[in-house]
Every structure is written in structure tokens, then in C-alpha cells.
Design a protein. Structure first.
Length: 84
């Protein structure tokens, strides 16, 4: 079975355990696929990349909420400032 690896660099868990920081440094900010028995077990990405992915996921979730609600009938009630 063929599988895709979504990183230009790979490392085995065994090699990674020997000196994790050295391998992270050697990646120079690029994603690294962590392999276990030649199958991707995880991806190691810089904090900035992970934070950007979280931001994108939040944007997608908010976009979905917007799309669901944009055709809802407006239930807002207009009141004057004096009524408050």
C-alpha cells in the first residue's frame, strides 16, 4: 500500500530519540515526518506553523458558522436608548 508523506524530511523514532533537539535544529524550520516502522506516526512542525494551522482551523470553523447563519431570519429587536 502506498502512502503519502507530507514533509520533505523524515526520521525514524529510533533516530529521533537519540537526540531530538539536534534533529529539530537540522530540519531548519521545515516539517519532519516521524516514522515508526516506515509509517508516519507524527509530524514535527515549528511552533509558528502549528499556531498558523490552529488559526486556519478556527477561521474555517467561523466561516462554517457564518454560512449556517447568514440566511437565518433576523431575530433582533430594535429598541431606543431611552428604553434601556
Amino acid at each position: 500500500m502506498l502512502t503519502s508523506i507530507h514533509a520533505g524530511k523524515t526520521v525514524s523514532i529510533t533516530e529521533f530519540k537519540k537526540n531530538p533537539q539536534a534533529l529539530i535544529n537540522a530540519a531548519k524550520g521545515e516539517p519532519v515526518a516521524l516514522l515508526n516502522r516506515n509509517k508516519t506516526a507524527a509530524y514535527i512542525v515549528p511552533p509558528e506553523v502549528y499556531e498558523r494551522l490552529l488559526d486556519l482551523a478556527e477561521d474555517l470553523a467561523l466561516g462554517k458558522i457564518y454560512e449556517e447563519r447568514k440566511n437565518e431570519k433576523n431575530s433582533a429587536i430594535e429598541i431606543s436608548i431611552d428604553d434601556l
